[in-house]
Ligand binder design. Sequence first.
Ligand code: GRF
Length: 222
Amino acid sequence: MPNQHHTTPCKIAILVSGHGRGSNMAAIIDACQSGDVPASVSVVVGTRRDAPAMERARTAGVETVVLSPRAFDGDDQAYADAILQILAQRKIDLVCLAGYMRILPSSIVAAYRNRVMNIHPALLPLFGGPGMYGEHVHKAVLESGMKLSGCTVHFVDEQYDTGPIVVQAAVPVEDCDTPESLAARVLGAEHRAYVDAVRLFARGRLRTEGRYVRVLPEGDPI
Ligand code: GRF
């Protein structure tokens, strides 16, 4: 898939799951609504109507759609097709996973190659993969003795946390850190990094070459 250069403002769909709190989602919505990022969030798709993330999206005036994978009786393709239809109907350019704790159906990955981003609360390729989510990540970082942690925004491929890296930000690990205190420091970095990544995408400045995502200088002809 060639890299996108948006002549019309970039349209974003955000996917959340479960009882997600939606702080990364809110950071992206705020950045778009304030004009900081030349894009608009067209829809938030979640798995539960009562999730804090979904309530936050409604409060921000963003359309929400509830799609529970369970309602498809184990038919993963039907679930994937329902998401694909939502994305196509709204002419979505970029899909942002923000607290979407499921593997994205491969038909969506294939249809939106290098147009689906995820955020992970560690410096990939360390501390990623199945089971590495939430406080498990921060516990593993503390146990490793590393002095730095951080976050990674990456394009999504068929596996957990392995796609091309778009933006990373590091934060220090302090001697007195608990998983909770480290998580809170990383979360602040997540909000900035995710907004930065979406801004680069919306400005057409990302060029993916194999596993490497090149950031074009501002104003570079595409
Ligand atoms: C974040 O830590 C993110 O890195 C991970 O899930 C968490 C979502 O938090 N993928 P929030 O819902 O954005 O507040």
